[in-house]
Design a protein around this ligand. Structure first.
Ligand code: MV4
Length: 450
């Protein structure tokens, strides 16, 4: 088993990883920037190392500082969390070359799934249904025009080095294609260092369903059911739940088996997520894979009873999965609401400043994953996530009622948050019926304005 883990991240996920390490008897070292000197993760960790000034590029994205912190503090492993360097194959590779254990999949697996065009090809070869689109990246407008003519508009241009909706551009018709192609290429080059683009048929109304997979170093891979993640604003998820209201046991079995087959094909190890889009007819298509723990992992943890971060640590230490697919069961219904330091009344403008009072909700079936405490100062340098409120209910109706209670109880003063928006969401008749899609949130926001 590992002994001492460097946590190369911040905020709620750093706290989450400290907790999992401590429950496994591991020592923790939290890397922190000067802006996070007073963070909860630093307070809970056995040790902490300052890795640089507040800008992420000089701290949480600066591999030499993170690896130096691990080496000088005598760590034997590094956990990347999510975001920052968590899907950077070079970071994983350098960590291994320095004799440390990377808590995540192999660098070459991170690399292939990080190239979203190569990931599609690999999953197509593995026999998964893949969103109709280009076989590989497209180099010229003429190529794009020919492909789009074959597929029919609207089409989507996506950055091969992007993912998560970053660098995604809808092309409604042929007239728009040249400008869209040039803009998408330039934006991808600027954002990801690669202008490589691929094309997909755009599904205007779909559900974003992702399957959690877990593999060990001995070829065992299982799936842990699905998460419904269609409620996104500008490709940032706001609310996630498990199970999905449109996935029954038979469909779960089929999607899960596809996800496991895809993961086995690339010898996937650790925790990962296969993202699918489902059309109104119930057909599902692979779009991309995430090779890291995800923000929304708690909803899967609650309905399956598994601790995914502990499994990341166990698998990285060389342990075998102790459960078979037949042992995995989903019980009840879990919902996660992300509480962000944003003002929903002002187009979700990010907020920073002191949280005077933080009083988290509690009681039966409520979990709070957060780095907040009263008097904590929210720094302006990073993403706006303050807390995740996760609830479990025997069924979806109980989970919704419980989430409403938890949101009503939660007190965060000093900065505006998305709590009022989440409360309105949970009141919405369409949401309560489970009638959500990738189009739902924009329609909901428009209805709110009326
Ligand atoms: C799509 C899509 C429709 N058609 N791809 C991918 C990353 C995720 N953050 C958004 N993704 C999508 N990819 C094709 N071919 C729809 C989404 C999508 C979405 C798009 C616009 C507005 C909200 C959305 C919510 C989830 C998924």
């Amino acid at each position: 088993m590992l002994e001492k883990v460097l946590i190369a991240n911040r905020g709620e996920i750093a706290v989450r990883i400290v907790r999992a390490c401590h429950e496994l008897g591991l020592q923790t070292v939290v890397a922190y920037s000067e802006a996070d000197r007073d963070s909860l993760a630093v307070r809970l960790s056995d040790e902490a190392v300052c890795i640089g000034p507040p800008p992420a590029a000089k701290s949480y994205l600066h591999a030499p500082s993170l690896i130096s912190a691990a080496l000088i503090s005598g760590c034997d492993a590094v956990h990347p969390g999510y975001g920052f360097l968590s899907e950077n194959p070079y970071f994983a590779e350098i960590i291994k070359q320095c004799g440390l254990t990377y808590i995540g999949p192999e660098p070459d697996v991170i690399a292939i799934m990080g190239d979203k065009a190569a990931a599609r090809a690999a999953m197509r070869d593995a026999g998964l249904p893949v969103m109709p689109g280009s076989e590989q990246t497209i180099n010229t407008v003429d190529e794009a025009r020919e492909l789009a003519a074959g597929m029919g508009y609207p089409v989507l241009l996506k950055a091969a080095a992007g993912g998560g909706g970053r660098g995604m551009r809808i092309v409604p018709d042929e007239a728009e294609l040249p400008r869209a192609f040039a803009t998408a290429k330039a934006e991808a080059e600027a954002a990801f260092g690669s202008g490589a683009l691929y094309m997909e048929k755009f599904l205007p109304v779909a559900r974003h369903i992702e399957i959690q997979v877990l593999g060990d170093n001995y070829g065992n891979v299982i799936h842990l059911g699905e998460r419904e993640c269609s409620i996104q604003r500008r490709h940032q998820k706001l609310l996630e739940e498990a199970p999905s209201t449109v996935v029954d046991a038979e469909l779960r079995e089929r999607m899960g088996a596809a996800a496991v087959a895809g993961a086995k094909t690339i010898n996937y190890t650790g925790v990962g997520t296969m993202e699918f889009l489902m059309d109104p007819q119930g057909n599902y298509y692979f779009i991309e894979m995430n090779t890291r723990i995800q923000v929304e992992h708690p909803v899967t943890e609650w309905v399956t009873g598994l601790d995914l971060v502990k499994w990341q640590l166990r698998v990285a230490a060389g342990e075998r999965l102790t459960l078979q697919q037949a042992d995995v069961r989903m019980t009840g219904h879990a919902i996660e609401c992300r509480v962000n330091a944003e003002d929903p009344a002002r187009d979700f403008m990010p907020q920073a400043g002191e949280v005077d009072l933080f009083l988290p909700p509690g009681g039966p079936g409520v979990r709070i994953d957060s780095h907040l405490y009263s008097s904590y100062v929210v720094p302006p340098n990073y993403d706006s996530l303050l807390a995740k409120i996760i609830v479990w209910g025997a069924d979806r109706a109980e989970a919704i009622t419980r989430m409403q209670r938890a949101l009503d109880e939660c007190i965060i003063t000093g900065v505006k948050t998305t709590i009022p928006f989440q409360q309105a969401l949970l009141e919405d008749a369409n949401y309560r019926r489970g009638d959500v899609s990738t189009r739902y949130l924009n329609e909901f926001i428009e209805r709110q304005k009326q």
